[in-house]
Ligand binder design. Sequence first.
Ligand code: NAP
Length: 286
Amino acid sequence: MSATIIDGAHVADTILADAREQAAEFERKAGRRACLATVLVGDDPASHTYVRMKTNRCRTTGLDSRSHHVAATATTTDVTTLVDELSGDDSVDGILVQHPMPAQIDEREVFEAITPTKDVDGVTMASFAAMALGGRGFQACTPAGIIHLLDAYGVDPTGLHSVVVGRSPILGKPVGMLLLARNATVTYCHARTSDLPGIIAAADIVVAAVGRPELIKGAWIKPGAVVIDAGYNPGNIGDVEYAPAAERASLITPVPGGVGPTTIAVLLHQTVTAAVQSAGVPTTGV
Ligand code: NAP
């Protein structure tokens, strides 16, 4: 078997096309553009790149963005004070705090300073609870993007054994919850899981969310399984050993060009939704 390659950029384009349409309608009715504020702490080059990609994409989608760069030596209070200000600023619709942050910062405290109505990256406990319980709220962007990919390629997780490798609060845990909500049978694996190969060999859907290059070997993949590789490691290498996995899978995401593009698209779409909801401006379809 040779897998169909999931085109994440194409799926992202469909999400962005909808965001662009909604953003234009919001601008017409509200007299201003929807606005995403980004907060970047420190000098991590990869984080700078990610924030730049997000703000560039805002521009091409018809959203404003406002970038805040905080020194690497900042305290938790410095960052929460800024996030508090943005939470109370009526001209800001969505807040993205880029992570990881420097070690001295309490990330959870910073995330909790984001008011849930502007938590377009889905990082607060309120957003997680809403997602887990099926309530109203913004979803973590990468997990939501993964569900878009499955939908776009006609994968119904109902009854499928879905193995999520990784349990971080922004990726592994929420993607498992979203798959559960789609009636998958979900197994989580993590650093202390024994027999990772054996568990993956029984998976109909594998979601790799670890950050270890080619940890998941192609030979472990069940023939016909769907492989979603969210891992992104230096040298454009995913968490899955791509070529041999693609020989066995039915569908597989490449790295790059798989999961990554949908993450940004969901972020922008949720920012437009936040703008529409906060301004009470009726638009079609959001
Ligand atoms: P993270 O917070 O470091 O979490 C990594 C997870 O992997 C942890 O739950 C850890 O288990 C688990 N793990 C580590 N070694 C393992 C092993 N040998 N076997 C099984 N599980 C193992 O990372 P993250 O933020 O979730 O990111 C994961 C990857 O996704 C990274 O490559 C990141 O760059 C990528 N990512 C991509 C996007 C995108 O838009 N494409 C967005 C976010 C993240 P323990 O909990 O037991 O330590």
